[in-house]
Design a protein around this ligand. Sequence first.
Ligand code: HEM
Length: 313
Amino acid sequence: MESISRVSKSVRAFQYFQIYLWGILLFTVAVIISGDIVQATESGAGCGDSWPKCDGTLIPAFADVHVAIEFIHRMLTSVLSFGYLGLLIGGYLLFGRKHPVWRSILFSTAILLVEILLGASLVLFGWVEDNATWGRVIADSFHVVNTLVLLGSLVLIIFLSRPDGGILVAKSNPKRRYLIFAMLIVILITVTGTINSLADTLYLSDHVVVEETPIAQLLVSVRAIHPLIAIIGGFAIIGLLYLVIEEPSAQKSALGFAVFGVIFLQFLSGVFNIVLLTPVETQIIHLGLADTLWILLVFFSLYNWRKVSHNFT
Ligand code: HEM
């Protein structure tokens, strides 16, 4: 009787851990979106050039809305870091240090640290507001790729720590390599989208005369590249995923079809972005959909990389 209650307690602990993981994943998306709001509202220098302090103090006087936006983004990042502390402790206690879940948590924590350092470098090097330099273009591109790796690592942890243990056995989808291409295409589309977003920020800034700023001029002149790559790439992803879904050994095809739906919504929101001249609201929807697309695609890819047995670990 006592051992049954011990087993049910440990099953509950794994379930709570799963819920906690989903909370961390959703919170990470919220932090990424808050970072986008910082850029869209030109609040990147809201805290001045001090980091980790804001305006030289721990809690700044909220003189204007830019300080509040930048400070809230930094606070959310701090809360996420504490969330990772819980992840490290919970993962270690539940799985032990030799388990792939624990190793994935360590990897994800390293990516979070890189993310924080990249965010800090934007502030310390002044790659914010109306700054139009190659340094900013490169840092922004690294930053967005890192956010995708961060989200992907969390999806991997959720996948590996499911109740069926995520045991991987030999029988896999013969078209699984196509999924790597699909993921690379999403990364390419996302990087071009970020550069597009930077171009829009500079174009709409009161402090930048685009014609007199060569890098801003170049970025603004190539803004058509993102929609073009996104439309071609979007259809390529649909084609690649369809080939994977078609296989008899395909897993969780519904996730693949969900990716199709999100691509369609993303096309629509992209058109709204252009027609409405990229207000913050449509930017948030567009970025939220890009992250949703990525999360679904990584889940779908993990399920189809290998056939998953249903043994409990
Ligand atoms: C699979 C499809 C797509 C993905 C994954 C995607 C992804 C992204 C991402 C990640 C951004 C940067 C968001 C930000 O930092 O605020 C972006 C920006 C943008 N995208 Fe897309 N996009 C897609 C399709 C499209 C399409 C089809 C269009 C146009 C018809 C479009 C138009 C734009 C515009 C105008 C921006 C700049 C918005 C801004 O100023 O922030 N996108 N996209």
